[in-house]
Design a protein around this ligand. Structure first.
Ligand SMILES: [Zn+2]
Length: 352
């Protein structure tokens, strides 16, 4: 919220200084250090080039760029234009304040966030459709501690057959992800097939292992023909670059820019994405029945958390967070009570 107000405010202050200086009006700041033209123009231009996170900021960016261009080529600014510019500044400031009050959520069309009045503790009361978030008894994520672990001899290796498909990178405000078109792969859970629909990242991780929270968690969301959902979760610790994120790094930067242009969800076509690297048979995983970790917190989701921890670099994590709004940069739902649930462990090496 602070950023929403500060950016246009700083723009307004600079415009005021510029206009006051050009028109011999009472300056707001000490202008002795300001050599107009040589200092103000680059400053105004740099403000106009600030990276933006919200669609509303783009308006300020565009306007400041136009004003900078105009002011930098004109040797004189008419007093009437100056007064008009100040009025426009004031109007923008009012709009910015209104936006700051109204946009406590990540994007306008999403009615929840990860902090404050629309944060996780309030999700259940934000909409009747979200009631499971507060009333549910088998919610996710959970901390996978020894006390709730059981070994189920009937569990089989987690079989996934993935290939390549046309995909789109999306930012829905509360997380970033990749949406697949058509058939890209299948997960086999106890003989039932679930098709891979999309994957998205959370940071820091939502699930924990023995109380340890990881820097990031990837959710591969699968759906069966009866609409039931099963998620494969991959935990990340800091280390080498993740191969998949390396492939889409440029597109993440593009997404951050795209997010600023549109009022609604931003999408970047990725072309054909091959995710068969995830196909490896998992020799160790944790299974339990929980829920979606975002509203509407729908229950009876079958979770499969892989035992193999992958690596991600700090740079990559920053790139994943950059396009998200400040309220959702940390998009990890707090831990939920197991409520007597057990987490089943499949460990091929231990079972032998
Ligand atoms: Zn998720």
């Amino acid at each position: 919220m602070v950023v929403v107000v500060l950016r246009p405010l700083s723009l307004c202050v600079w415009l005021y200084v510029l206009v006051a200086h050009k028109c011999d009006m009472e300056p707001l700041l000490n202008l002795s250090v300001v050599n107009h033209g040589r200092i103000l123009c680059p400053l105004l231009l740099s403000i106009s080039k600030l990276s933006v996170e919200k669609p509303s900021h783009c308006v300020f960016q565009r306007v400041s760029l136009k004003l900078a261009a105009k002011v930098c080529v004109c040797s004189r600014v008419d007093k009437a234009i100056a007064i008009m510019a100040l009025r426009i500044c004031f109007l923008f400031l009012v709009i910015a304040l209104l936006l700051a009050i109204s946009t406590s959520t990540c994007v306008q069309n999403v009615s929840f966030s990860y902090s404050g009045a629309t944060g996780p503790e309030k999700w259940g009361s934000l909409s009747p459709n979200f009631s499971a978030c507060s009333n549910g008894k088998i919610q996710s994520p959970v901390d996978i501690v020894k006390g709730i672990l059981t070994t189920d001899k009937r569990l089989k290796p987690l079989t996934r057959v993935y290939g390549a498909s046309n995909a789109t990178l999306f930012n829905n405000g509360f997380n970033l992800g990749v949406q697949f078109e058509g058939h890209v792969g299948t997960l086999d859970v106890d003989g039932k097939n679930y098709d891979l629909k999309q994957m998205h990242w959370h940071s820091p991780s939502e699930h924990r292992l023995n109380g340890v929270q990881f820097p990031a968690e990837l959710h591969l969301v699968h759906q069966a023909s009866d609409q039931s959902v099963s998620v494969v979760s991959v935990l990340f610790q800091f280390g080498k670059d993740d191969i998949l994120i390396s492939k889409i790094k440029d597109k993440l930067t593009e997404l951050a820019q795209e997010t600023c242009k549109k009022e609604e969800d931003a999408h970047i076509p990725l072309g054909t994405v091959d995710i068969n690297e995830f196909q490896k048979k998992s020799r160790k995983y944790f299974r339990y029945v929980g829920s979606l970790t975002v509203p509407p917190c729908t229950e009876n989701v079958i979770w499969n958390i892989l035992g193999k921890i992958r690596t991600i670099s700090q740079d990559q994590l920053n790139a994943l967070k950059a396009p998200l709004d400040s309220d959702c940069k940390n998009n990890s739902r707090p831990l939920q009570s197991p409520n007597g649930r057990k987490v089943e462990l499949y460990d091929e090496l231990r079972d032998q």
